[in-house]
Design a protein around this ligand. Structure first.
Ligand code: AMP
Ligand code: MG
Length: 478
């Protein structure tokens, strides 16, 4: 039926049966395509010349394409530090699409009806939060940050009941895979060594083929994931992204950002920033993200111990340095990232202090994170209170011939002009959901598609949220 050029394989569904349940999406009443990502469809080689009314039933889950084998994945996870057995309660993977270039992508419908893991949930999603995931994930991609992507959002024509009644929707999520730390925790919790072994092989085949030929693949996998996650969190810190719900089930093995629930970008620089209404203790605050990532990786390491060595003490002995490496990797890459943000060529012993002093100054001044770095990229003084720091910075930067131009180029590539500002995102979602007007959303997506290129007439998209700092709250959208 569909003219899309799907090439499905279902390697996850060939893993041990405990790891998933076969589950078809539950058809919806009146599917209507709200937004479709043509650029991503091109990347996937789908050639979506199909009319919108042809795509809607497909991306609503009303029909399952040839070759797909719909499943819900089992997983567990630490949610705010507490271990729970979970699973895809409202998401169904159609399978893995092989793009023309050979890359393999999970195609998952989120909000596609109940599964054996739904517990008391309805298996559905609301239009606002699904469009929000679409906007933020695509913004992250344009910022050059590893992330799941969004291919389509379809309105279901059915209501979902949350605090208030909202229009239902299904998001098509595209991911390198949906393997999570929690996937391994699920198998480990059941002492299911066969599944663990299969997951390690599967993860290595899909994401880290270089680990295949080592004498300790599970340990090599741990090292690889630690490495990838360290880079990911540095990228989050670079652009002021607060994930908001870094539970172990929301941390991928691939190193992609996943699960855009209560995430948001900071305006004023403050490491204690929390947006999520349910994160009362600030566990997932902006500045805590590296520590939490390492904590999650420790949970990952625990699941791998029996595969690292049959002697538990020896296994711990080997896993510990692999895990501890996170700190050094993170710090070295954070400093390298800050050097790019500050346009510092070469390395100087004072660079870490220079960066730390700027951050402290920004925090004291309540300065906007994105706009401060962008002002510096232009050579401007962002706020008067930073003048002494600015003089120091200029002196450090001026070293060497032609240094200023090279420095500026470096900064323009590291410091976005446009991020998804919370008030802009809310306004665009309101217009789309309450008013049925998609124009503000498309305009916002156009702005965010080129985040490093300053353009005339877009100053409104660089304004910090006019609301009280700390007033903006996000919800999980469940
Ligand atoms: P999240 O906070 O989105 O990572 O979700 C945590 C867990 O709750 C996952 O296992 C989800 O599949 C599940 N879940 C969230 N919303 C729903 C829903 N409406 N129906 C069923 N399960 C849900
Ligand atoms: Mg999740």
């Amino acid at each position: 039926m569909s003219a899309l050029r799907w090439h499905f394989d279902n390697s996850y569904a060939r893993l041990p049966e405990a790891l998933f349940s076969r589950q078809r999406p539950t058809p919806v009443r009146a599917p209507r395509l709200v937004i479709f990502n043509h650029a991503l469809a091109d990347t996937l080689g789908l050639e979506a010349g199909t009319a919108a009314d042809g795509l809607a039933p497909l991306f609503a889950g009303n029909m399952v394409p040839d070759g797909a084998m719909p499943i819900a994945q089992a997983y567990a996870g630490h949610q705010f530090g507490h271990f729970t057995v979970l699973g895809d309660g409202r998401a169904i993977a159609l399978g893995e699409h092989i793009a023309p270039d050979g890359r393999r992508f999970d195609i998952q419908l989120k909000g596609s009806g109940p599964t054996p893991y739904s517990r008391r949930g309805d298996g559905r999603a609301a239009l606002g939060p699904m469009l929000r995931e679409y906007v933020i994930s695509e913004a992250m991609h344009a910022l050059g940050i590893a992330t799941t992507r969004s291919l389509a959002v379809v309105a279901t024509g059915e209501p979902v009941y949350r605090e208030e009644t909202q229009p239902g929707a299904v998001l098509t999520r595209v991911a390198a895979s949906h393997l999570r730390v929690g996937t391994f925790q699920f198998a480990a919790a059941h002492r299911d060594i066969e599944s663990l072994r299969a997951l390690v092989t599967h993860a290595i085949d899909r994401h880290y083929p270089a680990c295949r030929d080592t004498d300790a693949p599970a340990l090599a996998l741990l090292r690889a994931v630690v490495d990838r996650q360290a880079s990911l969190v540095v990228d989050w810190m670079r652009v002021g992204f607060v994930h908001g719900v870094m539970n172990t089930d929301n941390m991928t093995i691939s190193g992609e950002t996943i699960d855009y629930g209560p995430c948001a970008f900071i305006d004023a620089y403050d490491p204690t920033t929390v947006f999520s209404s349910i994160d009362q203790g600030g566990r997932y605050a902006f500045g805590r993200q590296p520590r939490i990532a390492q904590w999650n990786l420790a949970r990952f390491a625990e699941t791998l111990l029996p595969l690292i060595h049959e002697d538990p003490d020896k296994a711990v002995e080997r896993a510990e340095p692999a895990l501890r490496a996170f700190q050094d990797l993170y710090e070295a890459r954070w400093l390298a990232m800050m050097r790019r943000k500050l346009g510092l060529l070469g390395e100087d012993a004072g660079d870490a202090a220079l960066a730390a002093d700027l951050l402290a100054g920004m925090q004291a001044q309540g300065a906007d994170y994105t706009n401060t770095f962008r002002a510096l990229s232009r050579g401007d003084l962002p706020v008067e209170g930073l003048r002494p720091w600015h003089d120091r910075w200029q002196a450090r930067r001026a070293q060497g011939a032609g240094a200023i131009e090279a420095s500026r180029d470096l900064m323009r590539q590291a410091n976005p002009v446009y991020i998804p500002r919370n008030h802009q995102v809310e306004a665009a979602l309101d217009a789309a959901v309450a008013g049925g007007d998609l124009q503000p959303l498309h305009r916002l997506l156009d702005v965010l598609a080129l985040p490093y290129v300053e353009r005339a007439g877009l100053a409104a998209y660089t304004e910090p949220n006019p609301a009280e700092p700390g007033a903006y709250q996000t919800f999980c959208g469940t």
